[in-house]
Every structure is written in C-alpha cells, then in structure tokens.
Design a protein. Structure first.
Length: 257
C-alpha cells in the first residue's frame, strides 16, 4: 500500500498547485463521479484509491485499463483539496487546447475574462456544456481550469468540451472573430437588455468576474453588450445564473431555426 512518502504519491501531491500542474502537464481529479468521467473522456495515467473507496467502487474500478494503486487514508488526504475527501483521485493529462482548435467550427462559445473564483468558472463550464456550447475559453487573468475546485464544480464537464487558455484577451477576441463568432458581453450596466440582443449569428458570450464585471477596455472590444433583465426585486444575478440565461438564450434560438 502506498503512503504519503511513496514517490508517485509525493509527485501527485505537487499537482494540487498550479506551478506543479504546469510543470508536469498533469492535474488531479477527485471523487468517484469525476474519475469515471475522466476515464471515459480524458487521458488518465493512474488512479489512487483508499481501501474503503476501492470497496465502494469495486464494480467499475476492477475493469479500468490504467494502474489503480491503493493508498493510505493519510496519503489520500494529501491528494485532496476538500474538507471530506472521497478517497479516490485520478492523475490526468491537462485538457486545454489551442485557441484555433477550440474555436474550429464553433457556433456558441463562453469566454471567461478575469474570473478568479474557481467555483464560478467550473459552474459556467458546466452550464456551457449543458447549453451545447462548442468550447470555453479562459482569457486574461482567469483561474486555471484544472484547479481542483473548478474541476469539481464542473461535475465532469471539463472533459466534455474543449477548453483553451490565453493571457492576451485581445488575441482571444481576434481569434473568435476569425472563427466567425460575434462577441456579445454580459454586462449588468449595459443600456440594452438581452431581449434586444442580436443572437442570430454564431456567438461568443463574454463573461467577467462576479465581483468586478468587465472593464471598459474589454467592453469596447466586443460587438455588443447586454444585460439580463431583472423583473423582480433581486439586485442582480450571480455569474453562473447570468451565464445560464445568456447561453441558453442563444442555444434555444439556434434550436428553433
């Protein structure tokens, strides 16, 4: 049984940090559901599992075609970023692809700009997947999509559609336009609301952080900015809710054509 000092476990523990992930080209996926999705759609190198988790998931762990290594509870805790570890972790290849690959043939894309909260980024990835988006682009100073909380919040959606990262937001916008996408920003202060938006063309929805939104430089770089109308007394919607409304507005319109 592997312990926290076993070299393979120690190497995997480095993947809980962004620098370690970038250096190794790998990341961790935690929890039975996420590991199953990784095995189905991702490139998994190894699975670490406690005796308890192995017994609980014996029906499918017994037939996987990658190494499955039993670890102590302490070793599993060191690989976990949750308060209550599930005792099963997979080591996977990084998922992000080039902008050109992510945008090839795209008709609906979510672009996250400066979104620092991994839970929000992961949930928007899940929403984009559910709405049938072609890709999610992490632009500018946005959280790493391989962050443990981001992966968990996506509930496996990080494996279902292309992810791309680029520090230069202008380059992202240029690539979207080159791919035939119209850039529409979700902005709570926009003068035009969603019901007036032109969503007839392939669209790249641009979303900013929940705390700060999109700055003026970003807003001047898009083709249109719209707000989600608030009909009740709520002050605003959170990022994931707003993204769901916007992405589905485009998806439903496309489905009806």
């Amino acid at each position: 049984m592997f312990t926290e000092r076993t070299p393979r476990v120690a190497a995997a523990r480095q993947l809980t940090r962004r620098a370690g992930r970038e250096r190794a080209g790998r990341f961790l996926v935690e929890g039975a559901q996420a590991v199953r999705e990784a095995l189905r759609y991702g490139q998994v190198h190894e699975v670490f599992v406690t005796e308890t988790a192995a017994a609980r998931n014996a029906d499918w762990l017994s037939i996987v075609d990658v190494p499955v290594s039993t670890v102590t509870d302490k070793a599993a805790d060191g690989l976990s970023e949750t308060v209550t570890p599930q005792g099963i972790v997979a080591v996977c290849e990084l998922l992000d692809v080039s902008l050109d690959e992510a945008l090839a043939g795209a008709r609906l894309v979510a672009v996250l700009v400066g979104v620092s909260d991994p839970g929000n980024a992961g949930t928007v990835t899940r929403v984009a997947d559910a709405a049938g988006a072609s890709a999610v682009v992490f632009a500018g100073d946005t959280v790493d999509p391989h962050n443990g909380k981001c992966v968990r919040a996506s509930t496996g959606s990080v494996f279902h559609l292309p992810l791309s990262r680029a520090r230069n937001t202008t380059a992202v916008f240029d690539a979207c336009r080159a791919a035939g996408l119209r850039l529409v920003a979700a902005d709570g202060y926009a003068t035009k609301d969603l019901t007036e938006a032109d969503l007839s063309e392939p669209t790249a929805w641009v979303f900013g952080s929940e705390a700060h939104g999109l700055d003026d430089e970003i807003l001047t770089g898009v083709d249109e900015a719209v707000k989600v109308p608030i009909y009740g007394k709520a002050e605003s919607l959170n990022l994931a809710a707003a993204a769901a409304v916007c992405l589905y507005a485009t998806a439903i319109l496309a489905a009806g054509r």
